[in-house]
Design a protein around this ligand. Structure first.
Ligand SMILES: [Zn+2]
Length: 273
């Protein structure tokens, strides 16, 4: 599943091909994915210039003078820049044509989304899908004080509070597990029992983990402009994620896997308290 770093790397990869360019056509090959595509998307966007791209949580934003296209990659979606004439395969659902290229969305499992938010409907930040999102983890609003203050009443384990997305957005399963390891916090620890000092360590760990993933993903940017390119997802050397039973990279004891809220958590019993 694409997480925040994949979406940000995707945004950076496609941005030079979109910003300042005019959409010449929109080709829709099915009615929608998780939700129906906007019925009038072609009429809305033809002849309109992409002013900028953005990201909020895992939503990629294409900003036009008239409004914003929101794209979510769902469970399995990805975006590529391709020559316009590239034949569409089974799971290629929508093309935003820009001159002799197109931005193509591929999504085998079809949990992704393409939505339109008109400028007349207000600030994009007030879109129903965005308004409940927490602060961006790589922006200044995310700090130890905000995490500490907003968790004083939270009985839930810290891992699940991170994944809930209402305090900080985009720290998914992989990056929550990795960040908690680096901050030496057990994923089962109740959020309200974690001190300000430990939250400072966690904030640093989250920022470092996400920034490193984005940097590593950036090295695969060429994939976004290749006909035969990979999905844009990238594998990394994790400390704990998906390493159940393998040796902890610090203490050599086996990494443990547990279930928390239907999701797997990976941690070291000895290094994380
Ligand atoms: Zn360990």
């Amino acid at each position: 599943m694409p997480e925040l770093p994949e979406v940000e790397v995707t945004r950076r990869g496609v941005d030079p091909h979109l910003t300042g360019r005019v959409v010449t056509d929109v080709i829709v090959r099915r009615e929608g994915l998780r939700w129906p595509f906007p019925a009038d998307l072609r009429a809305l966007l033809r002849g309109k210039m992409v002013l900028s791209t953005g990201r909020r949580g895992k939503y990629l934003l294409l900003n036009f003078a008239q409004g914003t296209v929101l794209i979510h990659l769902g469970m399995s979606g990805h975006l590529r820049i391709l020559p316009r004439a590239t034949p569409a395969a089974k799971h290629d659902h929508i093309d935003f044509v820009i001159g002799d290229q197109c931005l193509r969305m591929t999504d085998p499992r079809r949990f992704g989304a393409v939505l339109w938010h008109a400028l007349d409907d207000g600030d994009i930040e007030h879109h129903p899908l965005l308004i409940g999102l927490g602060v961006e983890p790589l922006e200044d609003g995310f700090n130890a004080e905000c995490l500490f203050e907003q968790t004083r009443m939270r009985n839930a384990p810290i891992k699940q509070v991170l994944l809930a997305g209402d305090i900080v957005v985009g720290v998914g399963n992989i990056y929550a597990s990795e960040s908690l390891f680096k901050a030496r916090i057990n994923p089962k620890t109740q959020a309200k029992r974690i001190s300000l000092a430990r939250y400072a360590l966690l904030v640093s760990a989250i920022r470092e983990t996400l920034a490193a993933a984005i940097e590593q993903g950036g090295r695969t940017l060429k994939d976004f402009v290749s006909v035969n390119g990979q999905s844009g997802y990238f594998q990394q050397n994790y400390f704990v994620y998906n390493r159940a039973g393998e040796a902890c990279r610090i203490c050599q004891r086996p990494i443990r896997q547990i279930r928390q809220g239907q999701r797997s958590s990976f941690y070291c019993v000895f290094c994380q308290k």
